[in-house]
Ligand binder design. Structure first.
Ligand code: NAD
Ligand code: UDX
Length: 476
């Protein structure tokens, strides 16, 4: 391991203009590099060329406007992107394949295309999340296409950005990991990230503010390619484990009338544990944790390593949604013919991404149970409409009050701040019955009681508005 220095503009090709590729491309331009971003989705490229951002992500539209056709250009022509580039970042999808393993067919397709477009030495960078030894497979693939070893190096540079805070995370990273098996390729990656690691970027008057600064610039860790590949999978699996752990504790807390919010606070103040990723709720979702835990589990299995802990992490996560569905049923007695307002569609707040969203999974279950669902979300309605069934039982509302109008209950599924700051009197008036089942613990139970709600949340005592005190056990 070592810490980086040195600086100068690099010509970079980024392949894939999704949540990671687009953010990386625009941020590299922001850092002073010349970037060509390639995607094979013509409609997306046309949209980007017009300066429109296909995803909902803070700071991205403004930053794209600043750098479009200056620092960053978009094309569907992969060879045109590759030819001038010193570094080629591969940022295509690696979805879950059969048996939990990562499907690397998009990566292989791109590597084959790169091999055919090579016109001199380049560093190929794995930005996509890939299993250990992918660097070796990419090398073999390049050789199979006749590219000699001295014309390329492979570097693993995993991405840790979170959706919703992606631009800030990219420009103010906790760490930059570079998995390089030789000095030449590591040196190029150091040059690329130098504006962040020297602090030069943070000295600019229009730099995006954040935790890094000239005094405390980003740190860069150099490891072997295999170690870097594992750092990414292990980091996501560890965070998923933290969430499953707190969800399991929440279930215990509920059984003994304790409060998971107090417990998480008390645990998180221990600096060795830390307060983040201890929010109990519906379980983790999104395009990364579920597939990356599965892929890491598969890697361990392939290597004959006993890592059953990961199976437990997944089991707890799946069970969390079952428990929440049961809470809704229990609060409403029967479900068929009821109307429920669903607040949230995105897998978490501040994104329009509905991939592997617990909210979508829950809404599907409600629809299957004969419930009419009125859903709303500040950003993800379009994305949700593309994946949810078209049905008279499913409507979309512009705001939470419209969704709640005449509903038997509200369920809170995504932790948007818009849902944490509702006018509770207005919500109560809109509902047929004042029942809120909160999968994200956005409200204090005492506040909900004072506003006349039956309030059921995760890992905290439930409040029943219509009974004399809380029943010792909720009737089945
Ligand atoms: P995405 O689906 O949003 O984007 C992938 C893009 O690649 C799409 O625009 C697609 O059209 C394009 N593409 C596919 N095949 C191509 C080809 N042959 N040529 C050119 N373009 C092609 O995916 P994403 O969410 O950006 O994730 C990309 C990778 O980054 C995955 O491995 C993921 O695990 C990892 N990752 C994602 C996040 C996240 O928050 N989304 C964070 C860290 C790492
Ligand atoms: C994650 C990783 O955090 C990021 O480093 C990686 O690059 C991509 O995958 P992301 O999927 O964007 O990022 O969201 P994240 O904020 O990590 O949340 C993932 C899921 O966990 C969400 O469904 C969220 O609601 C849930 N979560 C998160 C909890 O249930 N409790 C928590 O305390 C934190």
């Amino acid at each position: 391991m070592s810490v980086s220095s040195a600086s100068s503009s690099v010509t970079i090709c980024v392949i894939g203009s999704g949540y990671v590729g687009l953010v990386a491309a625009v941020c590299f331009a922001e850092m002073g590099h010349r970037v060509i971003c390639v995607d094979n989705n013509e409609a997306k490229v046309a949209q980007l060329q017009r300066g429109e951002t296909p995803i909902f992500e803070a700071h991205l539209p403004q930053m794209l406007a600043r750098h479009l056709n200056r620092g960053v250009t978009f094309t569907t022509d992969l060879a045109a992107g590759i030819h001038p580039a010193e570094a080629v970042f591969i940022a295509v999808g690696t979805p879950q394949g059969s048996s939990g393993s990562a499907d690397l067919s998009y990566v292989e397709a791109v590597v084959s295309q790169i091999a055919q477009a090579m016109n001199g030495y380049k560093v190929l960078v794995e930005k996509s999340t890939v299993p250990v030894y992918t660097n070796e497979w990419i090398t073999r693939c390049m050789h199979r296409h006749g590219v000699p070893s001295d014309h390329f190096d492979i570097v693993s540079n995993p991405e840790f950005l979170r959706e919703g805070t992606a631009v800030g995370d990219f420009l103010h990273p906790d760490r930059i990991v570079v998995g390089a098996n030789n000095d030449r390729s590591a040196a190029l990656l150091r040059r690329i990230y130098a504006p962040l690691t020297t602090g030069a970027y943070y000295a600019q008057p229009d730099a995006l503010p954040g935790p890094c600064s000239t005094a405390q610039p980003a740190s860069l860790v150099v490891t072997s390619a295999q170690s870097a590949e594992i750092i990414k999978h292990a980091s996501n699996a560890f965070l998923a484990m933290k969430i499953s752990f707190i969800n399991a504790v929440a279930n215990l807390a509920e059984a003994v009338d304790a409060d998971i919010e107090d417990i998480a606070l008390g645990m998180g103040l221990d600096a060795r544990i830390g307060p983040r990723f201890l929010r109990a709720g519906l379980g983790y979702g999104g395009s990364c944790f579920p597939k990356d835990v599965a892929a890491f589990s598969w890697v361990a299995e392939q290597q004959g390593v006993d890592f059953h802990l990961l199976s437990e992490v997944r089991k707890i996560n799946d069970h969390q949604l079952d428990l929440f569905f049961e809470k809704i049923r229990s609060a409403l007695w029967t479900l068929r013919g009821k109307k429920i307002a669903a607040l949230g569609l995105a897998f978490k707040a501040d994104t329009d991404d509905t991939r592997d969203s617990p909210a979508i999974a829950l809404i599907r279950r409600l629809l299957d149970a004969g419930v009419a669902v009125a859903a709303c979300d500040p950003a993800a309605i379009d994305a949700a409409q593309r994946i949810l069934p078209t049905s008279d039982a499913l409507t979309f509302a512009d705001d939470p009050y419209a969704a709640a109008e005449g509903a038997d209950a509200v369920v809170i599924l995504t932790e948007w701040k818009e849902f944490a700051t509702l006018d509770l009197n207005r919500l109560n008036r809109a509902l047929k019955f004042p029942i809120v089942i909160d999968g994200r613990n956005l409200y204090a139970p005492a506040v909900m009681r004072d506003h006349g709600f039956t309030y059921v949340s995760v890992g905290r005592p439930a409040i029943y508005a219509s009974t004399q005190g809380r029943p010792r056990k909720n009737p089945l």
